[in-house]
Each structure stands twice: as C-alpha cells, then as structure tokens.
Design a protein around this ligand. Structure first.
Ligand SMILES: Cc1ncc(COP(=O)(O)OP(=O)(O)O)c(N)n1
Ligand SMILES: Cc1ncsc1CCOP(=O)(O)O
Ligand SMILES: [Mg+2]
Length: 545
C-alpha cells in the first residue's frame, strides 16, 4: 500500500513539474527526493517485492514485437518490466524500414542503471545487435547475477529482415547459451545456431533441442511455428532429460507479429513469479494462444503481418487466468449452474441456455451436466467457453477435471466426494479457479488449506435439484461464512423470492448466490436471470445505504 502511494507520488510530482515548465534537472531532483522518501517509507511499512523482468532488446516502432511486446506481455502477466534498448527499429506491419543501433557504451550504461539498483529477478534477451553487446551483457550478469536468464536468439524479423548478423552466433554459443536457463529459437534460429543444420521436421527439432542443450542452456524450447501449415503448432521442450511435445491448434490469423518476443517474455514473467520452467513454458503458450485467438480479427496496419493484442484481459474484463487477479470473488454475484435435464425439458441447447443466462446478468457459469456423454459434454463446454470468453464471464466445470483441462475452461467446482482440491490444484496449475462445496467450518478450513479459490455453501433451502442434500438454513450458511477465509457463494433452493434475505445477512465474504432451477427450470432463462439480477442489485443497494 505504502509502496503504491509512494510510486503514485513520484509520478504525480514529475508530471506536474513538467507541466509547469520546471527544467529537467530540477525535475530529476524532485524525483530523487521522492525516492529518498520511498526508501524511508518502504523500509518502515512495506516489504512487497514485485516480480521483475529486465528486457534487453530492440524497440519496434510498430509496437508488435521487441521491447514494446515485452512490456505489454509482462504487464499482462502482472510482472514489472524494465528495459535496456539495444537498437531502435523503424518498422510496421509491412517490414523493417530502418535500424539505428544504440552504442555499446550506452547499452552498458542502461544495463548498469537497472541491474545495480532494481532487484531484477529474470533477464530476457531479444535483439542483440553485436557481439560486443553480448560481451557487455555477459559481464553485467556476472557482476549482478539474476535468478534466471531467458534467451530469445532473435536474428531475423518475422518479415524476413535481418536483425543481427552471423557474427552474433559466436557470442550466443560461447557466452549467452552457457549462462541461459532457457533458449527459445524458432526453426531458422535453431538451424543457424547449429551451423546450418537442417531443422524442418518434429524429429529434426528434437535433435536440434538436444544439440543446443549440449551448448549449455539448462532448457531448450525449439518453436515449430514455421512447420508446414497443415500441422498443429508443435514446440519441442527439452530439459536435458525429457522431451515434451507441446501442441496447440494452429489459428488462422495474420496477427502474429511479436509472438516470439511475447512467448519469451511470458516465460520470463512466470519464472519471475516463481514458476517452474515447464509450467512457465506451458503458461506462456496458453497466453499466446488465447491472445492470438482474441486478436484474430483485429486490423492494425496494411502489411501482411499485424500485431496482436496482449492486453485482452483488460478489454474483455477477464479475470481469467493471469496473475493474482485471475479470480475475482465478485464474479460469484450471480452464479448460473446448468442442468441438462432441465434444458432438455425446455427444449434448448446448453449453449443457448448459457448465452441467455449471461445476457440476463449471470456473472459466472458452471456446467453441471450429470447425465451426458463425455464427448457431448466436451463439445458443449467448448461452445459455452466461446460465449463466456466473448462476454468476459468465467466458465467452470462441475466434477470433471478432464473436461476442464480438455477445453481450457477457467476452472472446476468440486464436492466433498469429488477429487480432493489439492490434487485438482496440482493437475490444473496455479491459474485455474477451484471451488469446493462445504457444509461445515472444518470443510471450509480444509478448502482454504488445499488451495481452493472459493466455497459453495448449501443447500441453504430445500431443493429438488440435488437428491439427499441436507438443508443448512441461513444459520448453517452464516456459521460457514464466519469461519471461511475464502469467499462464499450460497446454493440450494435459492431464487427470486428468497435471494434477498440470503444476501441481506450481509456477511462480508458472502459474494453471491448460485442457482440452477430458478434460471433453467423456466421457460425463459433470459427473463428469469434478469429478475434475479435485479433482486441481487436491489439488496446490495439496500445494504450499502
Ligand atoms: C457453486 C456450487 N456449490 C456447490 C455445488 C455442489 O457440488 P457437489 O457437492 O460436488 O455436488 P454436485 O453439484 O456435483 O452434485 C455446486 N455444484 N456448485
Ligand atoms: C448443486 C447443489 N448443491 C447444493 S444444493 C444444489 C442444488 C441447487 O439447485 P437449485 O438452485 O435448483 O436448488
Ligand atoms: Mg460434485
């Protein structure tokens, strides 16, 4: 808190001084004064360390790749990013029109400024235009060691323009790769690093990964984006012992400029947050896939390869996956839980029902499909996910971790007799949402220990939707809420007539109601959801008065 306040203090003072015409030197002094303040305040009140990536790379005026991509990728992943600019390129979606290389001395100066002061966790390299810059980086990293070094051996831009000459190869081989925790070449870069060896197939990629690993990096990711179009996008990850074939389906989009820089930055960001290497690589791939999918139709520039949008999360208002705010407890406000029997009875598809619920105001959706075939469940989940992503509404899967993983849903909801939450967490990774049904304070405590994100508490009122489910009443709900460290959503027999009294209990961590029949055992899901939403809004407004 103190840290944020101090930072905003620095910014507001320097901006207002600029506006009032105070010269640069004076402005710097003011900032330094504030920095002094920062140290005194932060040493007394704040110990919050923000994960920090330093990007050493070239600037891309089109902002799709290079330093600009690195800044956006780190911002999207919730990580601070400082920058050392090695070259300034004039480029756009057509190609690279010019390159102005920053002097070696000035690269050295920038490196020292950041590394000597700013507690960098991970260094990520992109365009390194000369062997001397590689030497300088090498020396600086010896003097100021960091937790990890991610080397993206940029040599040629996606438009085919050369960004570093062949002389750089010696620098990579002799100085950077032996220090690197991971190197992330594409097929052409892997081939160049290996003296022109043919790297054209998945089998070549494996051999290349092994040979590159022999040069010293702890891990190698050979990116197969340039494999023939008919194939899935396959990357080969090699950690010195095992090979992993990381596949993702190939998206039809021209907006791929900057994917290499972004992938390496995301890996760096995840490492800075403390992730293991394999999880960092997987999370980075998942981010790229989501961002490319989200950006597939955007139009920026007239050239053949456009940039994509790293900050989709902010625009889609998605708390989905990235960093600390991947789950927002307020999403539990109006929690729609599907039931295939009910939707069948009213002759509508699961996805039509979900769409109507979201349009009516549902803030999170759970697919609770107890009696459909796995294949049908997966198909329904995929179409619902598309709808939910479009609206920025998280989609959870009831009981079925396999379905959640297969469609990359936002998480799961599990009961006391389903898979234990800590096992689910291991399978799903840190970024997915996990909800657990709890009827007692002990279960709520265990859910917290196991790494759940929220608990569902009920049945609050009698219900026909779930057989043999004991009713807790408002008292039972209150007792669980009082002892739960996690946010709570109330479930069971809740609808328009009684949602008000549930929320009016005004327990701080009771964030909303989860409902099945009140929405889906009705002719018009849209109307019923709107009505329930209105009740919840009205109750919240009354409580706030
Ligand atoms: C939000 C929410 N809370 C509780 C439940 C019930 O889950 P569970 O106890 O596993 O029972 P089933 O739904 O699987 O019958 C829920 N689904 N959602
Ligand atoms: C799944 C579940 N878990 C506890 S009660 C319940 C059923 C809720 O359904 P409804 O909202 O129709 O009462
Ligand atoms: Mg269950």
């Amino acid at each position: 808190m103190a840290y944020a306040q101090v930072l905003s203090g620095i910014y507001s003072i320097s901006f207002s001084q600029v506006e009032s015409g105070i010269n640069h030197k004076k402005q710097t002094q003011v900032c330094m004064e504030m920095h002094k303040d920062k140290y005194s305040i932060s040493s007394e009140h704040s110990t919050m360390k923000i994960p920090h990536v330093l990007s050493v790379a070239g600037s891309d005026s089109g902002a799709g790749a290079g330093i600009q991509a690195d800044l956006k990728a780190c911002a999207a992943r919730g990580v601070y990013c400082s920058t050392v600019i090695t070259a300034v390129t004039a480029q756009n979606t057509v190609g690279v029109q010019g390159v102005d290389i920053v002097s070696d001395d000035f690269v050295a100066k920038q490196l020292r400024s950041v590394l000597s002061d700013m507690q960098v966790d991970v260094v990520k390299t992109g365009m390194l235009p000369s062997v001397t810059v590689v030497n300088i980086l090498h020396q600086n990293l010896r003097e100021f060691p960091v937790r990890a070094l991610v080397v993206d051996p940029v040599m040629v831009s996606t438009s085919g323009d050369v960004l570093a000459g062949p002389s750089i190869l010696t620098g990579f081989r002799e100085e950077l790769l032996p220090m690197a925790d991971i190197v992330t070449p594409n097929l052409k870069e892997a081939s160049a690093l290996l003296g022109g060896l043919k790297v054209e197939t998945i089998s070549d990629m494996r051999s290349a990964a092994k040979l590159l690993h022999d040069m010293g990096p702890r891990n190698v990711l050979v990116k197969g984006g340039d494999l023939p179009d008919s194939l899935d996008a396959v990357d080969i990850f090699f950690d010195g012992e095992d090979f992993y074939e990381l596949r993702s389906s190939r998206l039809k989009t021209h907006n791929t400029h900057g994917t290499g820089c972004t992938l390496a930055s995301c890996i760096a960001a995840e490492l800075a947050k403390g992730s293991s290497m394999l999880l960092a690589v997987k999370a980075a791939k998942c981010f790229i896939e989501t961002a490319l999918d989200y950006s597939k139709d955007i139009v920026i520039g007239n050239g053949p390869q456009g940039p994509f949008d790293h900050l989709l999360r902010l625009k889609r208002n998605i708390r989905k996956s990235y960093g600390q705010d991947r789950f927002n407890p307020n999403d539990l406000f109006l929690y729609a839980v599907t039931d295939s029997g009910m939707n069948r009875k009213w002759d509508r598809s699961i996805s039509d029902a979900v769409k109507a619920a979201i349009e009516g105001g549902a803030t999170i959706v759970q697919l609770r499909e107890k009696d459909i075939e796995t294949r049908d469940f997966l198909e329904a989940a995929k179409s619902c996910l598309e709808i939910c992503r479009h609206h920025g509404v998280p989609l959870l899967i009831n009981d079925r971790i396999d379905i959640a993983l297969a469609c990359d849903a936002d998480g799961v909801h599990l009961g006391q007799s389903d898979m234990p939450a800590h096992v689910a967490r291991t399978l799903l990774g840190p970024e997915k949402i996990i909800g657990i049904s709890c009827k007692t304070p002990e279960q709520a405590q265990q859910a917290w220990t196991d790494g759940a994100d929220y608990i569902g508490c009920g049945g609050v009122y009698p219900t026909n939707t779930k057989a043999n489910n004991p009713t807790l009443g408002l008292d039972g709900l209150k007792s669980v809420c009082s002892s739960s460290k996690l946010p709570v959503v109330a479930i069971g027999g809740i609808g328009i007539s009684n949602a008000g009294p549930v929320m009016a209990m005004d327990m701080p961590n009771l964030k909303g109601v989860a409902v099945v029949s009140a929405l889906f055992d009705k002719e018009c899901v849209l109307t019923e959801t709107r009505k329930l939403h209105a009740v919840l809004v009205e109750t919240a407004a009354t409580i706030a008065k």
